[in-house]
Design a protein around this ligand. Structure first.
Ligand SMILES: Cc1ncc(COP(=O)(O)O)c(C=O)c1O
Length: 375
């Protein structure tokens, strides 16, 4: 992998040290060009080539599916991660007394949709972290025969703890529970294989480790659940025969028998094209090669700092490392003024290194932090 050549393809790196894919990634030039080309064409031709947009949509769906070892029928495009998680919350026919197991480390989008079900009599159990980690024995204790759903992030947004979803999936199977995961902080940095990991539903978006644009969410639902789950919202794109526009006042619905039934209407084709380009580049580089580099870089941060609040075990982390630091908000602000981009989270500096980051990027950040501490 020629890192320097890859960096040359990311314009933002000319002006900043970007260590913040856990917030929003920079773009490859190819991704920008793809989206611009679409918009220019649309400006010139209006929608004469609408069919080619639909072809592009399906090609992108295929590409997403390949990236996570799913089938294209199991992937729906949405607006963001939060929409996918709320879809899960509203497609399951809950019974009073059902429980959802989640954790106290989750981003609000993987917490609020479950607490919002309390008015339907659903009980929410939050597994409490122990020193930033979710212990399998605690997850096991929280799941029982009332548990319809376990929803845990693959990688936690604050400290970067990576959950062993495969093991959680085995626990879910013992109790006939679904496993849902918010995978936004993992996908693109470390491999995701829905079959291997036993995931039933996932939600994610394109703008972090996948290096795509904001405004494209991805939703996965395992094929065997497609028939039994009803979409909370319906529209023309949910229909099997969605290109038949001659049915005003349609009442009877024949829904798509794929995950497209969860899509309601028009799409951000330009943005989806951008994501497709980013996926193409990441696929060429290869998920395994990306993971190795991401983990080596996070290892370098861990080895260089005393007060890291991220697990050191390579299997229990991905691209996020959190360095505990009093006054981290102020420090992140000072660093930003030096064009070093990272975030303040959980009383620390959250550093996210993607495969194109370098040891020099990390040294620059650590030097900046040291200077802040000493001033
Ligand atoms: C774990 C996690 N889930 C969800 C989100 C936000 O999701 P979206 O804006 O795609 O709805 C974030 C954003 O930082 C996140 O870290």
């Amino acid at each position: 992998m020629n890192i320097s050549k890859i960096r040359d393809r990311i314009p933002a790196l000319r002006t900043c040290t970007h260590l913040d894919c856990a917030a929003v990634s920079p773009f490859f030039q190819d991704t920008i060009t793809e989206m611009e080309t679409f918009l220019h064409k649309r400006a010139e031709e209006a929608c004469f080539d609408y069919n080619s947009w639909l072809e592009m949509l399906e090609e992108s769906r295929d590409m997403v599916a390949r990236f996570v070892n799913a089938s294209s029928d199991e992937i729906a495009f949405m607006l963001n991660t939060t929409e996918g998680l709320n879809t899960v919350a509203h497609m399951i026919p809950w019974k009073k007394g059902d429980s959802v197991v989640t954790s106290d480390l989750e981003f609000p989008s993987n917490s609020l949709p479950w607490f919002n079900l309390q008015n339907k009599g659903v009980v929410v159990r939050q597994v409490q972290n122990v020193k930033g980690e979710l212990l399998m024995e605690d997850i096991e204790k929280a799941i029982d025969d009332t548990t319809r759903l376990v929803s845990l992030s693959f990688v936690q947004f604050g400290n970067g703890f990576r959950c062993d979803l495969k093991e959680v999936s085995s626990l879910c199977k013992e109790h006939d529970s679904f496993l849902c995961s918010d995978i936004i902080q993992g996908l693109g940095a470390v491999p995701v294989d829905v079959q291997e990991m036993g995931i039933d539903f996932f939600a994610t978006a394109s703008y972090k480790w996948l290096m795509g644009p904001l405004g494209v969410g991805l939703f996965f639902i395992k094929k065997e659940y497609l028939e039994e789950m009803d979409p909370p919202y319906l529209g023309w794109f949910s229909l099997k025969d969605y290109e038949n526009f001659n049915r005003p006042g349609l009442r009877e619905v024949e829904l798509s028998d794929t995950a497209r039934k969860f899509e309601t209407g028009g799409k951000s084709f330009a943005l989806i094209g951008g994501l497709r380009k980013s996926l193409e580049i990441l696929s060429e580089i290869g998920a395994k090669a990306i993971e190795k580099r991401v983990l080596d870089l996070s290892q370098y941060i861990i080895d260089s700092c005393d007060d890291v609040q991220t697990p050191s075990d390579r299997k229990r982390r991905a691209g996020i490392v959190n360095i505990r630091l009093p006054g981290s908000e102020k420090v992140a602000e000072v660093l930003r003024k030096q064009n070093i981009i990272c975030s303040a989270r959980m009383n620390g500096i959250r550093v996210s290194t993607h495969f194109w980051n370098t040891g020099e990027d990390i040294d620059k950040l650590l030097h900046g932090i040291k200077a802040c501490r000493e001033s």
